[in-house]
Design a protein around this ligand. Sequence first.
Ligand SMILES: *Cc1c(COP(=O)(O)O)cnc(C)c1O
Length: 420
Amino acid sequence: MTIQKHFPYVDNNMFAENVALSDIAKQVGTPFYCYSNTAIKQNYQDYQQAFSDQDTLICYAVKANGNQAVLSTLAKLGSGADVVSMGEILRARAAGIPAEKIVYSGVAKTGEEIAYALNEGIFQFNVESEPEVELISQIATKLNKTAAISFRINPDVCANTHAKISTGKSENKFGVPISKARLAYKQAAALPNIKVQGVDVHIGSQLTQLAPFEEAYQRIAQLVVDLREDGHDISVIDIGGGLGITYRDENIPSKQAYAAVAKAQLGHLNCKIVIEPGRSLLGNAGILVTGVVFVKTGEERQFLILDAGMNDLIRPSMYEAYHEVLAVKKVSTALKTYDIVGPVCETGDTFAKARQINESTSGDLLAIMSCGAYGAVMASTYNTRMLAPEVMVKGSEFAIVRQRPTYEAVINADSVPNWL
Ligand SMILES: *Cc1c(COP(=O)(O)O)cnc(C)c1O
């Protein structure tokens, strides 16, 4: 019944590949994130295959999950990186992703970050505004470097996704409006030490349909024709990320079908296509394993109180996201309806309301599914709760790929001024 085939049940016990989750829990404690190395590889290879007949650079969107073991897995497969900060460049480089496979997105790149990226020699800046390209030009001139750029184009397309992860409508803060694009390119091309090389678009995340991609790529294709007419040498089209995953029952187009749309709209333009998938590489390659602390009977409902909270996984409270919650060990086949909540002192710390799952008691393990992307990376220590450790499984092996920090380390990160 699970939608994540690398987390199968064997005799009613959930495994990550060939390792029982209960064995990992014994060693690491709960809550913890668990990633399947095989699932990550498979997802990457599906993209590779879907785009194999097209000059393509896959730039994994590091913000979805920046763990070094994850990045290293992808680096070994030849992946590049889409980064949104200097920290993410450092992460990608530390994991062995070459600078010439890094594209740099983000609306607020600072001078320090731009200089660092230029010195590293990244593939291109995805520029989000006119003032940004002026700053890049100034810094590149000072450093005697040439900055390769694409403008991120806001195509004014409705992505039909949650408002907080929609980025391609004219009211969103991202990119340059398509109506102003030709002027922006003209001005950028006149700036010193700027090499205009492409166009970039990313319309949002967790898209469940191909139509918005198709509409955006159509507009981008026309823009490329227009820009070439204006005399620009356009050789790169970055089509962003955004392909969704199944959290519940969403019918997601295959990577093959997604690639077919991109190639149909853009293939004839003879450009290198850059893709920036995040969620669709990692989302269903990871889960969050948590323990039941208490079962509490309220006046109207039963609460299942977990040792994982919104500080560990914020997607339900932030995006009203649905995550499947499954018993790690199915002891009883009886189903019960619970409100599934965390320990944090916020009413918003709720993973699911009126959810039917296997009857559970204190001490049981549960798996919150589809947490490989935008899970651990968005965690905080709110309520002085330690960041959940991360574990990677490959076949019959597993390793802790980020330790749970100690209380001491977290408290010692603060300091008290001596004048207090
Ligand atoms: C977040 C982001 C991505 C990745 O989006 P997914 O939905 O995780 O595939 C790609 N490109 C840019 C510019 C982003 O901001």
